[in-house]
Design a protein around this ligand. Structure first.
Ligand code: ADP
Ligand code: MG
Length: 363
Protein backbone atom coordinates (compact mmCIF):
# COMPACT_ATOMS: atom_id res chain seq x y z
CA UNK A 1 0.00 0.00 0.00
CA UNK A 2 1.35 3.38 -1.00
CA UNK A 3 -0.04 6.66 0.19
CA UNK A 4 0.97 10.29 -0.14
CA UNK A 5 -0.58 12.84 2.13
CA UNK A 6 -0.32 16.54 1.35
CA UNK A 7 -0.98 18.98 4.16
CA UNK A 8 -1.66 22.72 4.09
CA UNK A 9 -0.22 23.33 0.65
CA UNK A 10 0.02 27.06 -0.07
CA UNK A 11 1.35 28.74 -3.19
CA UNK A 12 1.38 32.37 -4.29
CA UNK A 13 2.69 33.97 -7.47
CA UNK A 14 3.90 37.43 -8.43
CA UNK A 15 5.22 38.51 -5.03
CA UNK A 16 2.21 37.03 -3.24
CA UNK A 17 -0.29 39.09 -5.23
CA UNK A 18 -1.85 35.91 -6.61
CA UNK A 19 -2.88 33.23 -4.14
CA UNK A 20 -2.99 30.13 -6.34
CA UNK A 21 -3.43 27.55 -3.57
CA UNK A 22 -4.58 28.16 -0.05
CA UNK A 23 -4.11 25.43 2.55
CA UNK A 24 -4.93 22.44 0.39
CA UNK A 25 -5.11 18.99 2.01
CA UNK A 26 -5.23 15.96 -0.22
CA UNK A 27 -4.43 12.23 -0.08
CA UNK A 28 -3.19 10.06 -2.93
CA UNK A 29 -3.75 6.34 -2.43
CA UNK A 30 -4.24 3.49 -4.86
CA UNK A 31 -7.76 4.71 -5.63
CA UNK A 32 -7.99 6.70 -8.86
CA UNK A 33 -8.96 10.25 -8.05
CA UNK A 34 -9.99 13.32 -9.97
CA UNK A 35 -9.68 17.07 -9.51
CA UNK A 36 -12.12 19.48 -11.07
CA UNK A 37 -12.67 23.20 -10.81
CA UNK A 38 -13.15 26.39 -12.84
CA UNK A 39 -10.27 27.71 -14.95
CA UNK A 40 -7.54 29.52 -13.04
CA UNK A 41 -8.47 27.86 -9.78
CA UNK A 42 -5.06 26.23 -9.20
CA UNK A 43 -5.46 22.72 -10.63
CA UNK A 44 -2.29 22.72 -12.75
CA UNK A 45 -0.29 24.40 -9.99
CA UNK A 46 -1.44 21.71 -7.56
CA UNK A 47 -0.44 18.89 -9.93
CA UNK A 48 3.00 20.47 -10.48
CA UNK A 49 3.52 20.72 -6.73
CA UNK A 50 2.35 17.13 -6.20
CA UNK A 51 4.88 15.91 -8.75
CA UNK A 52 7.81 17.90 -7.34
CA UNK A 53 8.11 20.28 -10.29
CA UNK A 54 7.05 23.41 -8.41
CA UNK A 55 7.90 24.16 -4.82
CA UNK A 56 5.03 25.36 -2.63
CA UNK A 57 5.45 28.39 -0.34
CA UNK A 58 4.55 26.16 2.58
CA UNK A 59 3.08 22.77 3.33
CA UNK A 60 4.15 19.22 4.07
CA UNK A 61 4.07 15.88 2.36
CA UNK A 62 4.14 12.43 3.97
CA UNK A 63 4.86 9.15 2.22
CA UNK A 64 3.57 5.84 3.51
CA UNK A 65 4.99 2.71 1.87
CA UNK A 66 3.10 0.44 4.22
CA UNK A 67 5.25 0.90 7.30
CA UNK A 68 3.92 4.18 8.60
CA UNK A 69 4.09 7.69 7.19
CA UNK A 70 7.38 9.58 6.97
CA UNK A 71 7.87 13.14 5.92
CA UNK A 72 9.63 13.65 2.58
CA UNK A 73 10.69 16.74 0.66
CA UNK A 74 8.78 18.03 -2.33
CA UNK A 75 11.86 17.40 -4.47
CA UNK A 76 11.71 13.68 -3.57
CA UNK A 77 8.19 13.44 -4.99
CA UNK A 78 9.67 13.10 -8.48
CA UNK A 79 10.56 9.53 -7.63
CA UNK A 80 6.93 8.59 -6.99
CA UNK A 81 4.86 10.92 -9.07
CA UNK A 82 4.89 11.82 -12.74
CA UNK A 83 3.19 14.79 -14.37
CA UNK A 84 1.71 14.85 -17.86
CA UNK A 85 1.40 18.52 -18.80
CA UNK A 86 -1.65 20.13 -20.33
CA UNK A 87 0.29 21.18 -23.46
CA UNK A 88 2.66 18.61 -24.92
CA UNK A 89 6.15 19.97 -25.42
CA UNK A 90 8.38 17.23 -26.78
CA UNK A 91 11.56 18.39 -28.47
CA UNK A 92 12.58 17.08 -31.87
CA UNK A 93 16.18 16.66 -30.83
CA UNK A 94 15.79 13.07 -29.67
CA UNK A 95 14.24 9.98 -31.23
CA UNK A 96 11.20 8.32 -29.69
CA UNK A 97 13.44 5.67 -28.11
CA UNK A 98 15.90 8.24 -26.74
CA UNK A 99 13.10 10.33 -25.27
CA UNK A 100 11.65 7.41 -23.32
CA UNK A 101 15.02 6.03 -22.23
CA UNK A 102 16.15 9.45 -21.04
CA UNK A 103 13.09 9.64 -18.82
CA UNK A 104 13.81 6.29 -17.15
CA UNK A 105 14.92 6.46 -13.53
CA UNK A 106 18.73 6.86 -13.36
CA UNK A 107 19.16 3.90 -10.98
CA UNK A 108 17.18 1.76 -13.37
CA UNK A 109 19.75 -0.43 -15.15
CA UNK A 110 17.18 -2.17 -17.34
CA UNK A 111 16.18 1.07 -19.02
CA UNK A 112 16.75 -0.44 -22.48
CA UNK A 113 14.21 -3.22 -21.86
CA UNK A 114 11.78 -0.99 -20.04
CA UNK A 115 11.86 1.47 -22.93
CA UNK A 116 11.11 -1.40 -25.33
CA UNK A 117 8.23 -2.52 -23.10
CA UNK A 118 6.70 0.97 -23.10
CA UNK A 119 7.12 1.22 -26.87
CA UNK A 120 5.21 -2.06 -27.19
CA UNK A 121 2.52 -1.05 -24.72
CA UNK A 122 1.81 2.13 -26.68
CA UNK A 123 2.14 0.50 -30.12
CA UNK A 124 5.00 2.73 -31.18
CA UNK A 125 7.04 -0.06 -32.83
CA UNK A 126 8.70 0.92 -36.09
CA UNK A 127 8.61 4.48 -34.82
CA UNK A 128 11.30 4.18 -32.22
CA UNK A 129 14.12 5.65 -34.32
CA UNK A 130 11.93 8.44 -35.66
CA UNK A 131 11.51 11.94 -34.23
CA UNK A 132 8.42 13.42 -32.56
CA UNK A 133 7.58 15.62 -35.58
CA UNK A 134 7.20 12.43 -37.63
CA UNK A 135 4.37 11.14 -35.44
CA UNK A 136 0.62 11.57 -35.79
CA UNK A 137 -1.10 13.47 -32.99
CA UNK A 138 -2.37 10.24 -31.44
CA UNK A 139 1.12 8.74 -31.46
CA UNK A 140 2.57 11.90 -29.97
CA UNK A 141 0.05 11.68 -27.15
CA UNK A 142 1.07 8.04 -26.57
CA UNK A 143 4.73 9.05 -26.55
CA UNK A 144 3.94 11.63 -23.87
CA UNK A 145 2.35 8.88 -21.75
CA UNK A 146 5.33 6.57 -22.29
CA UNK A 147 7.74 9.33 -21.23
CA UNK A 148 5.66 10.07 -18.13
CA UNK A 149 5.62 6.38 -17.18
CA UNK A 150 9.32 5.74 -17.83
CA UNK A 151 10.40 6.65 -14.31
CA UNK A 152 8.09 3.91 -12.93
CA UNK A 153 5.95 6.30 -10.89
CA UNK A 154 3.27 5.11 -8.47
CA UNK A 155 1.01 7.96 -9.56
CA UNK A 156 0.60 9.70 -12.87
CA UNK A 157 -1.00 13.14 -12.81
CA UNK A 158 -2.93 13.88 -15.97
CA UNK A 159 -3.63 17.53 -16.72
CA UNK A 160 -6.68 17.58 -19.02
CA UNK A 161 -5.19 14.81 -21.17
CA UNK A 162 -8.08 14.44 -23.58
CA UNK A 163 -8.82 18.09 -24.22
CA UNK A 164 -7.38 18.21 -27.75
CA UNK A 165 -8.28 14.76 -29.04
CA UNK A 166 -11.03 13.86 -31.46
CA UNK A 167 -13.74 11.54 -30.12
CA UNK A 168 -12.47 8.33 -31.74
CA UNK A 169 -8.93 8.84 -30.55
CA UNK A 170 -10.13 9.80 -27.09
CA UNK A 171 -12.18 6.62 -26.77
CA UNK A 172 -9.33 4.44 -28.03
CA UNK A 173 -6.75 6.03 -25.78
CA UNK A 174 -8.92 5.77 -22.66
CA UNK A 175 -9.31 2.01 -23.09
CA UNK A 176 -5.60 1.60 -23.81
CA UNK A 177 -4.58 3.72 -20.84
CA UNK A 178 -6.79 1.87 -18.38
CA UNK A 179 -5.04 -1.37 -19.38
CA UNK A 180 -1.55 0.11 -19.23
CA UNK A 181 -2.10 1.70 -15.80
CA UNK A 182 -3.48 -1.57 -14.48
CA UNK A 183 -0.57 -3.56 -15.89
CA UNK A 184 2.08 -1.19 -14.54
CA UNK A 185 0.38 -0.65 -11.19
CA UNK A 186 0.11 3.11 -11.67
CA UNK A 187 -2.73 5.13 -10.19
CA UNK A 188 -4.06 7.98 -12.35
CA UNK A 189 -4.96 11.36 -10.93
CA UNK A 190 -7.13 13.13 -13.46
CA UNK A 191 -7.73 16.85 -13.93
CA UNK A 192 -10.63 17.28 -16.31
CA UNK A 193 -13.70 19.30 -17.21
CA UNK A 194 -15.57 16.13 -18.23
CA UNK A 195 -17.59 14.93 -15.26
CA UNK A 196 -18.45 11.75 -17.15
CA UNK A 197 -14.78 10.72 -17.18
CA UNK A 198 -14.70 11.21 -13.43
CA UNK A 199 -17.80 9.07 -12.90
CA UNK A 200 -16.32 6.37 -15.15
CA UNK A 201 -12.85 6.26 -13.60
CA UNK A 202 -12.47 7.92 -10.24
CA UNK A 203 -13.56 6.86 -6.80
CA UNK A 204 -12.86 10.23 -5.22
CA UNK A 205 -13.29 13.76 -6.50
CA UNK A 206 -11.81 17.00 -5.19
CA UNK A 207 -13.50 20.21 -6.34
CA UNK A 208 -11.10 23.16 -6.27
CA UNK A 209 -12.41 26.71 -6.13
CA UNK A 210 -10.29 29.82 -5.61
CA UNK A 211 -7.31 27.65 -4.69
CA UNK A 212 -9.13 25.73 -1.96
CA UNK A 213 -10.73 22.32 -1.70
CA UNK A 214 -14.34 23.41 -1.83
CA UNK A 215 -15.94 19.97 -1.55
CA UNK A 216 -14.59 16.45 -1.87
CA UNK A 217 -15.96 12.93 -1.78
CA UNK A 218 -17.53 10.26 -3.93
CA UNK A 219 -18.20 11.87 -7.34
CA UNK A 220 -21.88 10.91 -7.31
CA UNK A 221 -22.31 12.41 -3.84
CA UNK A 222 -20.98 15.74 -5.09
CA UNK A 223 -23.45 15.55 -7.95
CA UNK A 224 -26.46 14.63 -5.82
CA UNK A 225 -25.50 16.33 -2.55
CA UNK A 226 -23.67 19.54 -3.45
CA UNK A 227 -23.01 21.75 -0.47
CA UNK A 228 -24.29 24.86 -2.19
CA UNK A 229 -25.59 26.25 -5.47
CA UNK A 230 -22.07 26.79 -6.87
CA UNK A 231 -21.28 23.08 -6.61
CA UNK A 232 -24.75 22.17 -7.86
CA UNK A 233 -24.36 24.29 -11.00
CA UNK A 234 -20.78 23.20 -11.56
CA UNK A 235 -21.84 19.59 -12.10
CA UNK A 236 -24.62 20.24 -14.57
CA UNK A 237 -28.22 21.34 -14.94
CA UNK A 238 -29.70 22.03 -11.53
CA UNK A 239 -33.14 22.79 -10.23
CA UNK A 240 -32.81 25.45 -7.56
CA UNK A 241 -35.95 26.84 -5.96
CA UNK A 242 -35.45 29.66 -3.45
CA UNK A 243 -36.85 28.68 -0.05
CA UNK A 244 -36.84 30.02 3.44
CA UNK A 245 -36.08 27.83 6.40
CA UNK A 246 -37.74 27.77 9.77
CA UNK A 247 -35.71 25.80 12.27
CA UNK A 248 -37.52 23.29 14.36
CA UNK A 249 -35.81 21.02 16.84
CA UNK A 250 -32.22 19.92 16.44
CA UNK A 251 -31.40 18.60 13.02
CA UNK A 252 -34.75 19.36 11.43
CA UNK A 253 -36.33 22.32 9.82
CA UNK A 254 -39.42 23.27 7.91
CA UNK A 255 -38.80 24.69 4.54
CA UNK A 256 -41.22 27.02 2.78
CA UNK A 257 -41.13 27.83 -0.87
CA UNK A 258 -42.76 31.19 -0.46
CA UNK A 259 -41.59 32.40 -3.81
CA UNK A 260 -43.96 30.02 -5.55
CA UNK A 261 -47.58 30.80 -6.22
CA UNK A 262 -49.96 28.83 -4.03
CA UNK A 263 -51.22 26.71 -6.89
CA UNK A 264 -47.71 25.89 -7.99
CA UNK A 265 -46.46 24.05 -4.97
CA UNK A 266 -45.28 20.46 -5.03
CA UNK A 267 -48.34 19.01 -3.38
CA UNK A 268 -47.42 20.56 -0.05
CA UNK A 269 -45.94 23.95 0.56
CA UNK A 270 -44.00 22.65 3.53
CA UNK A 271 -41.15 20.19 3.19
CA UNK A 272 -40.22 18.51 6.42
CA UNK A 273 -36.86 16.98 5.67
CA UNK A 274 -33.55 16.22 7.24
CA UNK A 275 -31.82 19.48 7.66
CA UNK A 276 -28.23 20.05 6.69
CA UNK A 277 -26.65 22.28 9.33
CA UNK A 278 -24.29 23.90 6.81
CA UNK A 279 -27.35 25.34 5.10
CA UNK A 280 -28.24 27.23 8.26
CA UNK A 281 -29.29 30.45 6.65
CA UNK A 282 -32.63 32.04 6.30
CA UNK A 283 -32.43 31.74 2.54
CA UNK A 284 -31.51 28.53 0.85
CA UNK A 285 -32.43 26.46 -2.15
CA UNK A 286 -34.49 23.35 -2.56
CA UNK A 287 -32.22 21.48 -4.94
CA UNK A 288 -32.80 18.48 -7.16
CA UNK A 289 -31.32 17.17 -10.37
CA UNK A 290 -33.32 16.96 -13.61
CA UNK A 291 -33.48 13.20 -13.01
CA UNK A 292 -35.77 13.88 -10.06
CA UNK A 293 -38.35 15.79 -12.11
CA UNK A 294 -40.88 13.71 -14.02
CA UNK A 295 -42.66 15.28 -16.97
CA UNK A 296 -45.76 14.01 -18.73
CA UNK A 297 -47.74 15.62 -21.55
CA UNK A 298 -50.68 17.49 -19.97
CA UNK A 299 -53.33 15.19 -21.46
CA UNK A 300 -51.68 12.08 -19.99
CA UNK A 301 -51.77 13.14 -16.36
CA UNK A 302 -54.27 14.55 -13.88
CA UNK A 303 -51.74 15.36 -11.22
CA UNK A 304 -48.68 17.48 -10.99
CA UNK A 305 -47.85 21.11 -11.59
CA UNK A 306 -48.80 22.54 -14.93
CA UNK A 307 -45.99 24.09 -16.91
CA UNK A 308 -45.02 24.99 -20.44
CA UNK A 309 -41.91 23.76 -22.21
CA UNK A 310 -39.54 26.60 -23.10
CA UNK A 311 -36.68 24.75 -24.68
CA UNK A 312 -35.56 21.25 -25.61
CA UNK A 313 -31.94 20.33 -26.20
CA UNK A 314 -30.57 17.02 -27.37
CA UNK A 315 -28.72 15.08 -24.69
CA UNK A 316 -26.85 11.82 -24.57
CA UNK A 317 -29.34 9.85 -22.45
CA UNK A 318 -32.45 11.77 -23.36
CA UNK A 319 -33.34 15.34 -24.17
CA UNK A 320 -32.92 18.07 -21.61
CA UNK A 321 -36.21 19.91 -21.27
CA UNK A 322 -36.47 23.39 -19.80
CA UNK A 323 -39.79 24.46 -18.33
CA UNK A 324 -40.54 27.70 -16.57
CA UNK A 325 -42.60 28.27 -13.49
CA UNK A 326 -44.13 31.62 -12.66
CA UNK A 327 -43.51 32.68 -9.10
CA UNK A 328 -44.62 35.81 -7.25
CA UNK A 329 -41.42 37.68 -7.89
CA UNK A 330 -39.64 35.97 -10.70
CA UNK A 331 -39.54 33.13 -13.13
CA UNK A 332 -37.94 29.88 -12.10
CA UNK A 333 -36.43 27.63 -14.71
CA UNK A 334 -36.61 23.92 -14.08
CA UNK A 335 -34.92 21.11 -15.96
CA UNK A 336 -35.97 17.55 -16.60
CA UNK A 337 -34.78 14.72 -18.82
CA UNK A 338 -37.09 13.29 -21.43
CA UNK A 339 -35.70 9.80 -21.95
CA UNK A 340 -38.08 9.02 -24.79
CA UNK A 341 -37.55 12.32 -26.60
CA UNK A 342 -41.28 12.85 -26.98
CA UNK A 343 -41.67 16.30 -25.46
CA UNK A 344 -41.56 19.35 -27.72
CA UNK A 345 -41.01 23.04 -27.29
CA UNK A 346 -44.22 24.92 -26.54
CA UNK A 347 -45.98 21.80 -25.28
CA UNK A 348 -48.02 21.88 -22.06
CA UNK A 349 -46.88 19.38 -19.46
CA UNK A 350 -47.48 18.26 -15.91
CA UNK A 351 -44.52 17.75 -13.65
CA UNK A 352 -43.90 15.93 -10.43
CA UNK A 353 -40.88 16.13 -8.20
CA UNK A 354 -39.48 13.05 -6.47
CA UNK A 355 -39.49 14.61 -3.04
CA UNK A 356 -37.07 12.07 -1.56
CA UNK A 357 -34.42 13.45 -3.89
CA UNK A 358 -34.87 17.08 -2.90
CA UNK A 359 -32.15 18.54 -0.70
CA UNK A 360 -31.93 21.86 1.01
CA UNK A 361 -28.61 23.53 0.29
CA UNK A 362 -26.99 26.92 0.90
CA UNK A 363 -27.43 29.59 -1.69
P1 ADP B 1 -5.96 25.97 -13.51
O1 ADP B 1 -5.05 24.86 -13.93
O2 ADP B 1 -7.00 25.55 -12.51
O3 ADP B 1 -6.59 26.67 -14.68
P2 ADP B 1 -3.50 27.29 -12.67
O4 ADP B 1 -2.92 26.42 -11.62
O5 ADP B 1 -2.89 27.20 -14.02
O6 ADP B 1 -5.07 27.07 -12.72
O7 ADP B 1 -3.41 28.79 -12.18
C1 ADP B 1 -3.87 29.26 -10.93
C2 ADP B 1 -3.55 30.73 -10.75
O8 ADP B 1 -2.15 30.91 -10.64
C3 ADP B 1 -3.98 31.58 -11.94
O9 ADP B 1 -4.38 32.83 -11.43
C4 ADP B 1 -2.71 31.70 -12.74
O10 ADP B 1 -2.71 32.88 -13.51
C5 ADP B 1 -1.65 31.74 -11.66
N1 ADP B 1 -0.36 31.19 -12.11
C6 ADP B 1 -0.11 29.89 -12.43
N2 ADP B 1 1.19 29.71 -12.76
C7 ADP B 1 1.78 30.92 -12.64
C8 ADP B 1 3.13 31.40 -12.84
N3 ADP B 1 4.11 30.57 -13.20
N4 ADP B 1 3.36 32.72 -12.62
C9 ADP B 1 2.37 33.54 -12.23
N5 ADP B 1 1.10 33.17 -12.02
C10 ADP B 1 0.79 31.88 -12.23
MG1 MG C 1 -4.66 24.05 -15.83
Amino acid sequence: MYQLEFKNICKTFDHKSISALNSVNLVLSSDPLAIMGPSGTGKSTLLKIMSGLVKPDSGEVYLNEGQGAKRITFEELKKWVSYLPQALEISNEKTIFEHIQAACAPENDDSYYYTRELIDLFSLHYKDDQYPNQLSFGQLQRLAFAIALASRPKWILLDEPFAHLDLMLEKELKIELAQVFEQLGVTPVLVTHAFKDVLDNSSKLYLLHYGQIYQSGDPLDLYLQPKDSFVARFFGPSNLIPVSIVLEDAGRAQVFSESLEENLDFGASVYPMTYNQSAASEFAFAFFRPEALDLLPENESEVGIKAKVQKVSIGENGNLVEVSLLSKNNQIKLYAYDRFRQIRKGQKVRMQVRLDQVRIISS
